[in-house]
Write a protein that binds this ligand. Structure first.
Ligand SMILES: [Zn+2]
Length: 464
């Protein structure tokens, strides 16, 4: 690749700014302005960073390689290692639990199941709190600290709450988690409780929680770390940088991610765009998003688009997403009917020529068991990827010999009940009518056996 100095954008003074993504709006706001959406048009904001001036691509790569083996806290973090492309000045006090640094696994059984030659799984569940949220939360909580906030808040029952609680504890900040009363499951909140967060049960529904969060956001001492927060995307985009280092800077053909609130896909799209602009890579992979059938608003919108029409991307401002009012899936991490970051992720999919599809609960469950057979545990939402790859390979969008990377988002121990019920054949999804029963296609149940060696050896032989 030809060496070239980093391109400099001169749309604003300083090193970085918060920019409205809606074409024609032009809203640009300083990093220290506490805005979570565009004050001009209510559109989503994203952060634009000017890359370091005059740094050559090879020098940047060498710097990152050196940090990967350094013992300095900022270098050991798989997010802050890439600080040239983050919106902070040198010397910022970063709040880190050494997030990132997640493994990239070969998954031969999954590849065979999906009918492709090879498949690699980037496991973001192997992170401090067991989900991909940590790479974003390290940046959001660092920003909260830089702004002088005393409390960080979010409305979530799951991975976001756990991650926020951990990073707030690390920073010495108060964490507040708002939830509708009666909808709290102890297992999901256990982590947040352990990390010392203040958990509030409100008399109201989830929308009331979101409204309150927005109202709280105007208090100078409170910082909102919900999904709309653009600083979280900055942290999550570094997954793309780390992946490219692990692949020796050989760009994969296809990236496949689960689609819930769409922060993950938006962030990956941004990470690859930035590397392309800098000349770190010379093309971007196709970005594909997989949703669960019972909560697939973006897949529905995508199916109605003529993606071959070059103007599809330009129509983004006029597009409207029809929210799913009663989202249904056992993959709770992606059970989101109105994803906040859908515009950013759709833009990335359209730019790269990817696909957005939805798959059934049965496909998710079977793919999850298959990932397990490769010795890799994940939460149900993560398994949408392997199920989606199987579909995309069958439809010809993914070709057999292409290089494919799927991003797993959560650890297997995030939802042990699901795993146990699948293998016992008792997994089912409640609906308005009869529940949908999930078959234990690849079930593996404990066996009763007499307490003697011969009986055990016989059983082992039978199962070989
Ligand atoms: Zn705007």
């Amino acid at each position: 690749m030809a060496e070239k100095p980093a391109a400099i954008i001169e749309r604003f003074p300083g090193r970085a700014a918060q920019v409205c993504i809606m074409p024609g709006c032009g809203g640009i706001f300083g990093l220290n302005e506490r805005v979570y959406v565009c004050p001009k048009c209510s559109g989503p904001l994203e952060i634009e960073c000017k890359p370091p001036e005059g740094v050559l691509v090879s020098a940047l790569r060498a710097r990152w390689d050196a940090r990967a083996v350094s013992q300095e806290p900022q270098d050991r973090s798989g997010v802050w290692r890439y600080r040239e492309l983050l919106p902070f000045d040198e010397g910022v006090r970063c709040v880190t639990l050494f997030e990132g640094n997640t493994p990239l696994y070969e998954a031969p059984r999954c590849a065979q199941y999906a009918r492709i030659d090879s498949l690699r799984l980037k496991h973001q569940g192997c992170s401090p709190t067991g989900s991909f949220k940590d790479t974003g939360m390290t940046v959001a909580v660092t920003q909260a600290l830089a702004l002088g906030a005393r409390t960080v808040v979010c409305a979530s029952t799951g991975n976001t709450a756990a991650s926020l609680a951990a990073y707030a504890a690390r920073a010495g900040l108060q964490a507040a988690i708002l939830l509708p009363r009666g909808q709290i499951t102890a297992s999901k909140l256990a982590q947040s409780m352990d990390y010392g967060a203040a958990v509030f049960e409100l008399d109201g529904n989830f929308d009331d929680c979101m409204r309150l969060i927005q109202e709280l956001g105007s208090e100078p001492s409170i910082y909102v770390a919900n999904s709309i927060n653009p600083f979280r995307i900055e942290g999550q985009k570094t997954v793309a940088f780390e992946l490219m280092m692990q692949l020796g800077w050989r760009v994969p053909d296809q990236i496949v991610v689960p689609g819930g609130n769409m922060g993950n896909s938006s962030a990956l799209g941004k990470g690859f765009d930035e590397m392309l602009a800098l000349g770190l890579i010379d093309r971007t992979p196709k970005l594909n998003i997989i949703q669960a059938e019972g909560t697939a608003p973006l897949a529905t919108l995508f199916a109605a688009l003529d993606v071959k029409d070059a103007t599809a991307a330009a129509q983004l401002p006029e597009m409207a997403l029809l929210a799913v009012e009663h989202p249904r899936t056992l993959a709770t991490a992606i059970k989101i009917g109105a994803p906040v970051s859908w515009r950013k992720s759709l833009r990335a999919v359209l730019r790269t020529g990817g696909q957005i599809i939805s798959i059934s609960e049965q496909e998710i469950a079977d793919a999850k068991a298959m990932i397990g057979r490769d010795g890799i545990g994940c939460e149900p939402a993560s398994a949408t990827t392997v199920a989606g790859i199987r579909r995309l390979a069958a439809s010809g969008h993914i070709r057999r010999g292409e290089s494919v990377v799927a991003v797993l988002t959560g650890h297997v121990l995030k939802d042990p009940d699901y795993v146990s019920q699948y293998h016992h054949g008792t997994l089912s999804l409640e609906t308005d009518g009869a529940p949908i029963k999930i078959a234990g296609t690849f079930a593996n149940v404990p066996q009763r056996v007499a307490a003697n060696k011969t009986a055990l050896l016989q059983q082992l032989e039978a199962r070989r």
